[in-house]
Ligand binder design. Sequence first.
Ligand code: HXC
Ligand code: NAP
Length: 267
Amino acid sequence: MASPLDVFRADALAGHVAVITGGGTGICKGIARAYARLGCRVCITSRKQDVLDATAAELRAETGQDVLALAADVRDPDAIARVLDAARARFGKLDTLVNGAAGNFLAPATALSPNAFRTVVEIDLVGSFHAARAAFAALRDAGDGLVLNITATLHYHGTPLQLHASAAKAGVDAMTRNLAVEWGGAGVRVVSIAPGPIGDTEGMRRLAPGDAAARAKRGIPLGRFGEIDEIAAAAVFLRSAAAAYVTGTVLVVDGGHCVNQPMMLMS
Ligand code: HXC
Ligand code: NAP
């Protein structure tokens, strides 16, 4: 079956080096696969070394690229800085950071303990800040730096049961705009991709379990969940020279979900 990635030249990302947080699974594994397939050298990172090792082995076999797998919790600034340093040392440069690590669950605001709210904000928002902050010098030195934040559309409306994740992703989109302004002069672009509901992911297993998936699809103008490769294709475009004048913006890839009313049918 044709993949959205087939439109890209085989060497579209040759010479690039990316660290991808959350790259062992789901959407960001798809981004890692697409980047490696198109010539980018990749380091994937998340908390679970065994998951990362399995994904790296799979991607090496499939793409022939040298895929590095290093565990770190993005909530630990020193740990994520060590991963970024190790990737730069291994590959000689670092020009791309994809902030995909995230945590989420369905919970009404009244059921969110302070630690529950803080945990999601610390992974998604503070963790993305830690990684971006630690990557800046390398991205600047590379001369063609990119921070790609994976956010969501939850915060465009008052999405029930998603206060914690909405607050976190809103913060990340704010960071995208602020860093784009501050870092543009250093040659570093900063962008977000906001995926809508994407099939075969942990996110949708948690947010739209069972019958909720069919109900959710009725609220999507294109009538289906997105595919991981459709987010990966957007991530390739934003990393490529075709997006050299794109910064500070959010690319929504959601089948029209967020412009439809009523908003979320996932409960
Ligand atoms: C209420 C919950 C909860 C739930 C956890 N907590 N699950 N509260 N409802 N379902 C609370 C815990 O009780 C605890 O608070 C606090 O959150 C921290 O939980 P821990 O398990 O100690 O945290 P940790 O081990 O760090 O795990 C983080 C996690 C976990 C987010 C809770 O689920 C995780 O590791 N997730 C990673 C994978 C993931 O979520 N993938 C989906 C991303 S999808 P107390 O007070 O008891 O200490 C996504 C989609 C976005 O982001 C948009 C889609 C449209
Ligand atoms: P996923 O597979 O669960 O991806 C989340 C990743 O984050 C996991 O690989 C996890 O690996 C890692 N992670 C979690 N906490 C971490 C921490 N503290 N430090 C480092 N890594 C951590 O979920 P997904 O559905 O593919 O989501 C991927 C991204 O897309 C997320 O940013 C999510 O918010 C966004 N998104 C998804 C959807 C969707 O439909 N699925 C929609 C909108 C946005 P470990 O457990 O090994 O740490």
